[in-house]
Design a protein around this ligand. Structure first.
Ligand code: PLP
Length: 419
């Protein structure tokens, strides 16, 4: 028996059950993925025992000679991977990365432009209850009512009117490529800073499929666990001139000791993302999303913006007489995991919005391709057309379980594999 199972059976069983859930179902939450076994190994390594406040060569604790090596490698790889001037690899999460940038670039009360949460933005882009919305005067921009693309006329007008100190680009639920050059043009004209939160699509930037924010942005933040396929964590990159303040606002500004096991896991992730196979992965994520979107539309479902050119799509399920909550639940019963999501100009409430968000990064990691996406699209359409037909949902679940057997997750489907 393994030590965890022996010492704490309740936690062990829950982890084991989650491992089975991840193996037997279709993980289609757009912000989730499966890491490699080496990343899992680093994330559960002895580095979790080490305190290392400060930065390589400038620590407030002894015994940091080995974690200094790890952090220096992680910084160098992040810069190389994205072509960034400078990087801080210590943020524990995407939200903390964003908060540290805000503290670096802004004074409390400053005006900032960010994408409306209800139109695809993130909580940290100015939501009232989030620290971003509480400390700063965020003004929301949105998408065009007809084509659901970012409305650059509106962004330019809001910039002229409110004279923000910074514009935040990036999104959590936007199915199209984000034109960083257009944001840069508006920011340059206004003489304000540009921050790009590429959390969702950083893996596509790394693979060279999505245009890079680096020629343009003062600050670029990302999570490392979405399309990038690393551990659950955050990363800040910036122009060299901003690094000193960014470092100060990560530690001691918003964090104490870095999670060195996660820094090591991030270093491995950055290396994986520089391998040729990763480019193919990124291409496949997008190809799969396109085929899935086409399959859903051919089955009569309505997609926000009429499709996708990245890793995700938003389906308006009201067109088939459902709310997002019921749609999420019906798919859950089949073993398809998605999340309900607001769609642009939604008239329903966040707890039961009009849409669901679907992504392909995790299934692509399992090796599924366009043929599988056609089957998956058929199952989704069938489930949404009969959400109360228990026998039909059970039937789909069986077929999915069978498909999943041919596409094992890369690590941890047997949780005992991970040391
Ligand atoms: N930024 C964007 C665009 C996101 O989509 C997310 C997470 O969903 C975050 C930031 C925050 O990441 P975390 O959950 O690691 O705080």
């Amino acid at each position: 028996m393994n030590p965890l199972a022996q010492q704490d059976p309740a936690i062990w069983e829950a982890i084991q059950a989650e491992a089975v859930r991840q193996q037997e179902g279709l993980e289609m939450i757009a912000s989730e993925n499966y890491t490699s076994l080496p990343i899992m190994q680093a994330a559960s390594s002895v580095l979790t025992n080490k305190y290392a406040e400060g930065y390589p060569g400038r620590r407030y604790y002894g015994g940091c000679e080995h974690v200094d090596v790890v952090e220096t490698i992680a910084i160098d790889r992040a810069k190389e991977l994205f072509g960034a001037e400078a990087a801080n690899v210590q943020p524990h999460s995407g939200s903390q990365a964003n908060t540290a940038v805000y503290l670096s670039a802004l004074e409390v009360g400053d005006t900032v432009l960010g994408l409306d949460l209800a139109q695809g933005g993130h909580l940290t882009h100015g939501m009232k209850l989030n620290i971003s919305g509480r400390l700063y005067n965020f003004i929301s921009y949105g998408v065009d009512k007809v084509n659901h693309r970012l409305d650059f006329d509106q962004i330019a007008e809001l910039t002229r009117k409110h004279k923000p100190k910074m514009i935040v680009a990036g999104a959590s639920a936007y199915p199209r490529e984000i034109p960083h050059d257009k944001f840069a043009e508006i920011a340059n004209d206004a003489g304000c800073k540009l921050m790009v939160d590429m959390a969702h699509y950083s893996g596509l930037v790394a693979a060279g499929i999505h245009n890079s924010p680096f020629p343009y942005a003062d600050y670029v933040t990302t999570t490392t666990h979405k399309t990038l396929r690393g551990p659950r964590s955050g990363l800040i990159m910036c122009k060299q001139e901003h690094l000193k303040l960014v470092n100060r606002n990560v530690f001691p500004g918003t964090q104490g000791g870095p999670l060195m096991h996660m820094v090591a896991a991030k270093a491995i992730c950055f290396d994986e993302a520089m391998q040729p196979a990763y480019k193919a992965y990124g291409r496949s994520v997008v190809d799969n999303a396109k085929v899935l979107a086409d399959t859903l539309m051919a089955a009569g479902l309505r997609l926000v913006s009429g499709g996708t050119d990245n890793h995700l799509m938003l389906v308006d399920v009201t067109a088939v007489g459902l709310g997002g909550k019921k749609a999420e639940e019906a798919l859950d019963k089949c073993g398809i995991t998605v999340n309900m999501n607001m769609i642009p100009f939604d008239e329903r409430r966040p707890a039961d919005p009009s849409g669901i968000r679907i992504g392909t990064p995790a299934l692509t990691t399992r090796g599924m391709g366009t043929e599988e996406m056609k089957r998956v699209g058929g199952w989704i359409a069938k489930a949404l057309s009969g959400p109360d037909d228990t026998a039909s949902l059970e039937g789909i679940r069986g077929e999915i379980r069978e498909l999943c057997q041919s596409f094992p997750v890369p690590a941890g489907h047997d949780a005992a594999l991970v040391p």
